[in-house]
Design a protein around this ligand. Structure first.
Ligand SMILES: *[C@@H]1O[C@H](CO)[C@@H](O)[C@H](O)[C@H]1NC(C)=O
Ligand SMILES: *[C@@H]1O[C@H](CO)[C@@H](O)[C@H](O)[C@H]1NC(C)=O
Length: 371
């Protein structure tokens, strides 16, 4: 069964799930099943083989090489939690998944992965890597997933393979994104780089130049505003747990394709009127735990907005036209979740008509304002 453990790959990008209001805006579990057809293919292949070969076979004489202490089976090489200080030698050349997490590796050298042109996913999570040779990843011509969280990197590694689809690099020490950090990548699904000490000044112009990206998360960093030059292809942007103070008119103008935007747990006092008009496709907006004193303007014009988190702000007034258009039929999808609790507004002071474009009364979370 060991092999299943290492197939628990991270799920970075998710399609719009049914929004669940009861739960706060939650980060996904660390290990989730990847829904990738590729990985699923490997898994079903493994299941077949496991079922077929119960006990009968003795180890065949031509055992393929496997680094000492690791387990190698069906193109999965599992070397986690071994106290390794470097990438082991003798990893089989046909390896698809290589798990090196929870070791003490400090450096990736030029030849560490030199034979692994079939590698699909590499996990280096929770090591002590501060140095990556600029050519270390060059042989990994088919790698799609790189999990590099919880290391000591100060920059995005150079020459990431153009085949890469998902990069998780949170909780490192990245303060700067150099120009062309993702050059040559073309199209990626997801970058998770929260938990790095990067401020707005750390984004060099052109850091994301040429990159098409669906999902980006830079939470728990040191942002004081929305970064200026993120990829304009983004569908999801998560900037929660930063120090953002305001959303100014142009801040969101690039990100016309967004359907989820996470800005919770910042210090936002003001969202300039007109800012939201740049996001015609937005479905989910998280603004909880900020310092807003009023409902953001422009919500009635957001045809597809369904989920709106505004709890734990300083909102004292909710006007009858705060959420819904005056004209029936303008809004294409009704809200199915609005959270307003922990604001200094009493629900009996809000006219019920304010919620005329909400699918269900239960979709409004008011609760009691305490002190
Ligand atoms: C916000 O801007 C729109 C047009 O951009 C304008 O029609 C509207 O009156 C403004 N609302 C407020 C409250 O300033
Ligand atoms: C909430 O807003 C009021 C003004 O409406 C202000 O006087 C007060 O200081 C604000 N409270 C916080 C905690 O920001």
């Amino acid at each position: 069964m060991f092999a299943y453990k290492c197939l628990l790959l991270l799920l970075c990008f998710a399609h719009l799930p049914p929004p669940s209001l009861a739960l706060p805006f939650e980060q996904r579990g660390f290990w989730d099943f990847a829904m990738d057809s590729d990985v699923e293919g490997v898994m079903s292949m493994m299941r077949d083989e496991e079922e077929g070969s119960a006990t009968e076979e003795l180890p065949s004489p031509e055992i393929p090489t496997c680094p000492f202490g690791c387990q190698c089976q069906l193109k999965v090489v599992q070397c986690s939690d071994l106290g390794l200080t470097e990438v082991p030698k003798g990893i089989p050349a046909d390896t698809k998944l290589l798990d090196l997490q929870n070791n003490r590796i400090t450096e990736l050298k030029e030849s560490d992965f030199s034979r692994l042109s079939n590698l699909y996913a590499l996990s280096l999570v929770n090591n002590k890597i501060s140095k990556v040779h600029p050519k270390a990843f060059v042989p990994l011509k088919r790698m799609q997933k790189l999990y590099f969280s919880r290391n000591l990197l100060t920059d995005i590694p150079k020459n990431l393979p153009p085949s890469l689809v998902e990069l998780r690099i949170h909780e490192n020490r990245i303060k700067k994104l150099h120009e062309g950090a993702f050059s040559g990548m073309g199209s990626m699904n997801c970058i998770e780089m929260g938990g790095n000490p990067i401020a707005n000044s750390g984004f060099e112009p052109g850091a994301f130049k040429g990159l098409k990206l669906n999902y980006l998360r830079i939470a728990e960093a040191q942002l004081t505003g929305v970064p200026k030059e993120l990829p304009d292809s983004l569908h999801e942007l998560h900037l929660d747990h930063n120090q953002i103070q305001a959303i100014e008119l142009e801040d969101l103008s690039r990100y016309k394709h967004l359907y989820r935007l996470g800005l919770g747990n910042n210090k936002i006092r003001m969202i300039e009127n007109g800012s939201l008009a740049y996001l015609p496709r937005l479905r989910e907006l998280h603004l909880e735990n900020n310092k807003l004193t009023e409902i953001p303007k422009g919500l009635p014009d957001m045809k597809y907005l369904q989920v709106l988190y505004l709890h734990s702000n300083n909102i004292s007034k909710v006007g009858v036209d705060a959420f819904c258009p005056r004209v029936f039929g303008v809004k294409r999808t009704f809200y199915n979740g609005i959270s307003l609790y922990s604001n200094p507004v009493n629900y009996w002071e809000v006219q019920p008509a304010a919620f005329r474009c909400v699918s269900d009364r239960l979709a409004i979370q008011f609760g009691n304002y305490k002190k």
